[in-house]
Design a protein around this ligand. Structure first.
Ligand code: ATP
Length: 231
């Protein structure tokens, strides 16, 4: 569904992503794991053309490398950014409205389905997003990204700063979205939580793919257990 070929990202002289290639098959959860600064966020930003980069990106067989960010989103890719970035001075309802910028006619029905998926957001629909807990803001960030009806949902560190119980809830939602037919590209430092729900994973180190395999194999690999799972 998504094919990334020879992706390179530079920030001035810093080469943050070094000619990586990877793919995401339809219907799967694929994770990019790796420590701080490995190049995970830069990779996701590259896909939605939010950072200067080289290389080719294909989505459903089309080369989308030259599309601007709104056009990439219209093609069916949505990003839940690191740090959630909800509009803190807008209500839950208003945040969802912003997410539906390319889906205005379907707003009501999409909003209803979001409130079915996230009942807690429905209870708080008139509340300002900035007054909600981190977990609620993460749920809102996911719901907002879903308002453009993506075929591929990319999530950047959704577990960051959340309590273990809430992390469990977020990962349950991601699994539910896969069951609903949405393909997922997940970026995580929490390697164990990510591998647990993933079909396939790539390990990024210093801007390069150090390892790739089925998530089940990686979770059992000694190298991964030592480096990323604290075993
Ligand atoms: P994190 O979990 O900290 O976000 P990451 O794996 O997502 O890490 P990136 O954020 O993609 O990694 O960063 C990769 C490298 O690029 C790092 O060395 C980082 O310091 C550098 N970098 C990222 N953004 C910028 C920027 N805007 N300007 C300069 N250097 C940057």
């Amino acid at each position: 569904m998504l094919k990334v070929r020879d992706l390179e990202v530079y920030y001035g002289l810093i080469r943050a992503v070094k000619k990586i290639s990877f793919q995401v098959e339809q219907g799967q959860i694929v994770s990019l794991i790796g420590s701080n600064g490995a190049g995970k966020t830069s990779t996701l930003k590259s896909i939605v053309n939010d950072v200067k980069r080289k290389g080719r990106i294909y989505f459903e067989g089309h080369n989308i490398s030259k599309l601007n960010t709104p056009k990439v989103i219209q093609s069916g890719i949505s990003l839940v950014p690191e740090g959630r970035r909800v509009f803190i001075n807008l209500t839950v309802d208003e945040n969802l409205r912003m997410g539906a910028f390319n889906n205005d006619e379907k707003f009501e029905s999409l909003q209803e389905s979001m409130y079915d998926l996230f009942p807690r957001l429905k209870q708080k629909r008139k509340q300002l997003a900035g007054t909600m807990s981190g977990g609620e803001q993460q749920m809102l960030a996911i719901a907002r990204a879903l308002m453009c009806s993506p075929k591929l949902l990319m999530l950047d560190e959704p577990s960051l700063g959340l309590a273990p119980k809430i992390i469990g809830e977020v990962f349950d939602i991601i699994t539910q979205l896969k069951e609903d037919g949405i393909t997922i590209l997940l970026v995580e430092q929490n390697a164990f939580a990510a591998l647990n729900i993933s079909d396939y994973a790539y390990v990024l180190e210093n801007g390069e793919i150090a390892l790739k395999d089925n998530a089940k194999e990686l979770i059992n690999s000694d190298e991964i257990r030592k480096k990323y799972l604290g075993a």
